[in-house]
Design a protein around this ligand. Structure first.
Ligand code: ADP
Ligand code: ASP
Ligand code: MG
Length: 418
């Protein structure tokens, strides 16, 4: 079986969905599992709904209607006949969402977030699978929540591999087009969970692992994995073949073209990952597999914006040693700050972190009891794999360098635009 993943950009409108059909015609769809994300920016739109819900904003209804209107337009563009049962199926999902908003009693933000945001993927896969059937492809729609089981760490749930493996082995039918949702799972009480933003690539990796798939292809709006994000670097070039190790490093440092968790399960079973263009599906794209990197000597640039640089120094000039460091890390973990770079000296310790959940404001007073805390908000972390002098110069010019770290293969620079 082959696993394909289509992300939000590939299904952002009716033309995108028709293009998925065209891609399948070209590359085949028998014995395929499609993992699909929410359409376009629907997840962000549903995040607005959640915000309005918790703030009891007057905008709540309008924000729900906006999501509905967007999908209804796509439905009208795809299906000539409003009697097609897809309209009723989509309506049922919207009614469920509205019912939840009207009746929910849980004050748990993360729980509520997952219950609401999941409708993006549920609706997109419903529309897509009806469209494929409409075009004559035999399709099976799968509710991923019956397959991917997780713990109850809402918004960042961890997969229960044993249960997930059992469910997938038993229930995914071969010899047809299976369509399921990326990003979602369910916990032991069958409440919906999510695997973290952009987690649909990971879902593809989970299914591929459990199905012993022949390959995974993630279809993107770029030709493949490039040596830099083409949005920010004009001369980015395609990496035609990279090793799991290089891809894991790039994804870890923040190359958003592949979700970092995707590669571990694939690497364990040596399942190749193809990153290909949904605009030009016959081009080879990038193959991530075991072996050496064809273009490893080319510097690769990875940019992470909106980072926080925190420097801690001991108040009494005592050394920052193992015990302090482990205590600091336990706090970062507890407050869900993701550490992207560490540098320490005798009496000071700096980290560049991502504060996705805006928790630093609560952590700062705790750290300040023991350390002098300095921080810079809104800094950018550049990582250059296989750096050289010219590459370093490119990222440093016209910027204030706040911190720099060089190891054998990787240079990291924290900058403030100046
Ligand atoms: P999806 O539609 O699957 O969610 P994403 O938008 O998450 O796709 O990923 C594709 C985007 O990743 C591209 O549009 C590109 O701007 C960005 N990107 C970041 N780093 C790289 C890289 N090294 N190579 C290619 N694309 C990259
Ligand atoms: N729809 C989810 C998100 O936007 C998951 C994904 O697209 O991968 O984060
Ligand atoms: Mg995405």
């Amino acid at each position: 079986m082959r696993v394909f993943k289509f992300g939000g950009a590939s299904v952002k409108d009716a033309a995108g969905i028709k293009n998925v059909y065209d891609v399948l015609q070209k590359v085949g769809y028998e014995d395929v599992l499609l993992v699909v994300s929410a359409m376009g920016k629907t997840t962000n739109a549903l995040e607005d709904v959640i915000k309005n819900y918790f703030e009891k904003s007057e905008e709540l209804n309008a924000s729900v209607q906006e999501v509905k209107k967007y999908h209804n337009q796509i439905l009208l563009d795809l299906f000539e006949d409003e009697k097609n049962e897809v309209f009723a199926a989509a309506n049922t999902l919207f009614s469920e969402l509205e019912y939840f908003l009207a009746h929910n009693k849980s004050p748990n933000y993360n729980f509520v977030y997952d219950q609401i945001v999941s409708y993006g993927e549920l609706i997109s896969t419903t529309i897509l699978s009806h469209f494929m059937s409409y075009m004559g492809i035999k399709t099976q729609w799968l509710d991923v929540r019956n397959f991917v089981k997780t713990n109850s760490n809402y918004r960042d749930a961890e997969v229960d591999w044993e249960l997930t493996q059992k469910n997938i082995a038993k229930n995914v039918k071969k010899k047809m087009l299976n369509i399921t949702q990326g990003f979602l799972g369910s916990d032991e009480n069958n409440f919906t969970t999510t695997l973290g933003r952009e987690g649909s690539d990971y879902t593809a990796g989970i299914f591929a692992y459990c199905l012993n798939a022949e390959s995974v292809t993630i279809w993107k709006d770029v030709p493949g994995v490039m040596n830099a994000d083409p949005r920010y670097f004009e001369n980015a070039s395609l990496l035609s073949h990279i090793s799991y190790r290089e891809a894991i490093e790039m994804a870890f440092y923040g190359a958003t073209v592949i979700h970092p968790k995707t590669l571990q399960p694939l690497q364990k079973k040596e399942i190749p990952l193809y990153v290909k263009s949904f605009i030009n599906p016959m081009l080879p794209g990038t193959c991530v597999s075991k072996g050496s990197d064809s273009e490893w000597q080319i510097p690769s640039f990875i940019v992470k914006r909106n980072q926080l640089l925190i420097s801690l120094s001991s108040i009494d000039f005592s050394f920052i040693m193992e015990e302090n460091i482990s205590e600091i890390f336990a706090l970062f973990h507890q407050f869900k700050l993701k550490v992207n770079l560490i540098q320490n000296s005798a009496i000071s310790f700096s980290v560049c972190v991502e504060d996705k959940f805006e928790n630093f404001k609560d952590l700062n007073p705790i750290l300040s009891k023991k350390f002098k805390v300095d921080f810079n908000e809104n800094v950018t972390l550049y990582t250059i794999r296989h750096f050289n002098d010219k590459a370093a110069q490119t990222v440093e010019q016209n910027k204030t360098v706040l911190l720099k770290q060089v190891s054998r293969e990787t240079m990291q620079v924290v900058t403030k635009e100046s």
